[in-house]
Design a protein around this ligand. Structure first.
Ligand SMILES: [Zn+2]
Ligand SMILES: [Zn+2]
Length: 303
């Protein structure tokens, strides 16, 4: 049986929410979060976002005080930075300790953990063994915007395929890791959530009900009668034909198509299938994997 994270879209109850979960702000001049929080929230609102997390390095910036002033859902969080960086989203205070304890406490508070920029500075900033030893984190950043002007690469789909192929069903996030204005809207998550309530958004994230994008919109995705059908769009662009790449275990390309839609017939032997869509102007979209339950431990939690 395959787990389809987009199953909930079918009944039409919910809405797509453009979200960034990695933002530095409000920590003072010459720091990572040099801009004031209200300025950064206003920037994201103007850029068309519905959800934002301010996530400073080992520092909890309570955004509740800003919520009433802005029509954008603000979810509390921070970037655990004492060791390898990790986002804690949906928490109500700073948590310290080893990664393992922080992840546990984060879950207890109703939040989720996401491993940051796995290829920052060098490949395997997050060593494979460390990622495999850790349990219960919800996902990893497969695209981190700020790393593209730093060392290493912000892209980590190689890390993602590694984890997925080891039987670890973790979700792929795309975040700006906003430090300065030119980091705005490099990559985002579009979450299919029942409502804009924090618990619904976090529930959607836990279930993988979102996709990651640098410019393309997911118009349709379905998995019925053994076929995955996907239809992406570039808003306000007359070009409607894109490259659809279907990717399986170990990052192997299962099929590559060019056209208005993509369609892949699942043989049943695939461990997982995820789709990457690329437009001619370089904008991309990554779906979460449709995953064969027989192989998985769900986010490191044995079921
Ligand atoms: Zn970081
Ligand atoms: Zn950061």
């Amino acid at each position: 049986m395959y787990y389809n994270p987009y199953d909930g879209i079918k009944n039409g109850e919910g809405e797509w929410l453009k979200s960034n979960f990695h933002t530095h702000a409000g920590t003072g001049k010459d720091t990572c979060g040099a801009y004031e929080i209200y300025d950064v929230v206003a920037l994201y609102k103007e850029a068309g976002y519905q959800v934002l997390t301010i996530s400073n390095h080992d520092y909890f910036s309570d955004v509740n005080v800003y919520q009433s002033k802005y029509d954008i859902t603000l979810i509390n969080g921070f970037e655990y930075s004492a060791n390898l960086h990790m986002l804690c989203i949906g928490v109500n205070g700073l948590i310290t300790g080893e990664h393992r304890d922080v992840i546990e406490k984060c879950i207890k508070q109703g939040g989720i953990s996401v491993l940051c920029h796995p290829n920052w500075q060098y490949k395997e900033y997050w060593p494979c063994k460390t990622m495999m030893d850790l349990q219960k984190y919800t996902g990893i950043e497969i695209y981190n915007g700020v790393v593209f002007r730093l060392n290493g690469t912000g892209l980590a789909t190689d890390t993602w395929d590694y984890l997925l192929s080891q039987g670890r069903l973790v979700w792929g996030f795309g975040n700006d890791d906003f430090h300065r204005w030119y980091d705005l809207a490099r990559a985002w998550n579009v979450v299919w959530s029942l409502t804009r309530k924090h618990e619904d958004i976090l529930c959607a994230l836990k279930n993988g009900s979102f996709y990651t994008s640098t410019g393309l919109v997911l118009n349709e995705i379905s998995f019925d009668d053994g076929a995955i059908e996907i239809y992406a769009d570039a808003p306000d662009n007359y070009v409607k034909d894109f490259k659809y790449i279907f990717i399986g275990k170990d990052g192997k390309v299962l099929d590559e198509q060019y056209g208005e839609k993509g369609r892949y017939i699942v043989s049943g032997n695939e461990m997982y299938i995820r789709v990457q869509v690329i437009s001619e102007h370089g904008a991309m979209l990554w779906t979460q994997p449709i995953y064969n339950n027989a192989f998985s431990s769900f986010n490191g939690v044995e079921e």
